[in-house]
Design a protein around this ligand. Structure first.
Ligand code: CO
Length: 134
């Protein structure tokens, strides 16, 4: 069901510093800052030859990733995003097998303007999974 690894997301307290690390120290191509107020984050995408890294910074203390960053002040891997062809079919199959979909189970619009869903980390090896329909 799952396809390509779309991105690995790293949550950070300082988006400018993280962007500089990837651009200047690691020599990667980085995007501008993309605000996603619906998700409570600012994002920068790092383009790699075979996938992307999504740098995430909480917009404020109410952000869904604020507690994660507070627990991981140096930053940390927050989620991995896998591509699916049909997000509603994927959701229905996963829920039928007992997996928990976060929120109300309806896809929201992700950083690429495509439908996304998040799956409970306790059902997937301790890893928060984002599914993106491509
Ligand atoms: Co993501």
């Amino acid at each position: 069901m799952i396809g390509r690894l779309n991105h690995v997301a790293i949550a950070v307290a300082d988006l400018d510093a993280a962007t500089a690390t990837y651009r200047d120290t690691l020599g990667a191509t980085v995007s501008g800052v993309l605000p996603l107020p619906d998700h409570g984050v600012n994002t920068v995408f790092v383009e790699l030859p075979n996938t992307k890294i999504e740098l995430l910074q909480p917009l404020d203390a109410m952000s869904p990733i604020a507690a994660f960053v507070a627990r991981n002040p140096a930053g940390g891997i927050h989620h991995v995003c896998y591509e699916v062809d049909d997000i509603l079919a994927a959701r229905d199959k996963l829920q039928a097998e007992g997996a928990r979909v976060l929120g109300d189970g309806e896809p929201t619009t992700g950083a690429h303007g495509k439908p996304v869903l998040f799956l409970h980390p306790k059902d997937f090896c301790g890893t928060l999974i984002e599914l993106e329909q491509v």
